[in-house]
Design a protein around this ligand. Structure first.
Ligand code: KIV
Ligand code: NA
Length: 266
């Protein structure tokens, strides 16, 4: 299976839905790769992998380490790496320095960055220099301090209009796709209709051009999730049960059994 390309993803608009999941490690990338069109090394790894309170403390070096791990574990899906908070907002030049490191040091195909019209010059600067960029509008977790939380967006008319303008600006600046996160369903549908590039929804609408979820969320690794997370398994429960069995077998000396010990040579 040859690796998919950014242009092939871009041309999926209006065709078959795009399947995207986050991945942070080589082994998980290996397991997801054949099923997914895109793997996102999201800065959600701050909470998911490192136990941080938000995505804000995530560094470019962390993103590069995990980005390289995911590229090593995949050969089919397009790998996109989030630019972390502080690594791209100040200027197009700062963004280029960060994004070029990501592509050179991980082998990923493109980067994702959060923000609307304000970030359009950054998106244009990168795309004109050969760096594919994915946008991210609506609920943008790096702006949690300004937004005041993680509530869904687009309920007021003003916010609704602003988010559509944001998506348009990012698409016109050259983004090859846009993640729409935590927006009311009708707004997600309008964004999808308003831009000519694929819109990937999370907490958005089934009518988006594709969907993305955080892998640990959809596998049921956490007790509590946002409304938009569908749990496809209960890995947390299954891990607890496996570890409880192991602990009991160690304590009763049932483990290791005859199959797990080495016989003496004779
Ligand atoms: O960091 C992340 O996982 C993301 C997705 C939720 C879109 O940005
Ligand atoms: Na992210």
């Amino acid at each position: 299976m040859k690796r998919l390309t950014i242009p092939s993803i871009r041309h999926r608009k209006g065709q078959e839905p795009i399947v995207m999941l986050t991945a942070y490690t080589t082994r998980m990338a290996q397991l997801l790769d054949a099923h997914c069109d895109m793997l996102l090394v999201g800065d959600s790894l701050g909470q998911v992998i490192y136990g941080l309170p938000s995505t804000l403390p995530v560094t470019l070096d962390m993103m590069i380490a995990h980005g390289a791990a995911v590229v090593r574990g995949s050969y089919h899906a397009v790998v996109i790496v989030d630019l972390p908070f502080g690594s791209y907002e100040a200027s197009p030049e700062a963004a280029f320095a960060s994004a070029s490191r990501v592509l050179a040091e991980t082998g990923a195909a493109g980067v994702k960055l959060e923000g609307g019209a304000t970030m359009a010059p950054v998106v244009e600067f990168l795309t004109r220099r050969g760096i594919p960029v994915m946008g991210h509008v609506g609920l943008t977790p790096q702006a949690v301090n300004a937004l005041g939380g993680y509530a869904a967006r687009g309920r007021s008319n003003a916010e609704h209009a602003q988010i559509i303008d944001d998506a348009r600006a990012i698409a016109e600046a050259g983004a090859f796709g846009i993640v729409a996160e935590g927006v009311v369903e009708t707004l997600a549908d309008e964004i999808t209709a308003a831009v000519s590039v694929p819109v990937i929804g999370i907490g958005a609408s089934a009518q988006c051009d594709g969907q993305v979820l955080v892998i640990d969320d959809m596998l049921g690794m956490f007790e509590r999730n946002a409304r938009f997370v569908k749990r496809y398994d209960d890995l947390a429960g299954r891990i607890s049960a496996a570890v409880a069995t192991y602990a009991a077998e160690v304590r009763s000396r049932a483990f290791p059994g005859p199959e797990q010990v080495y016989a003496a040579r004779d």
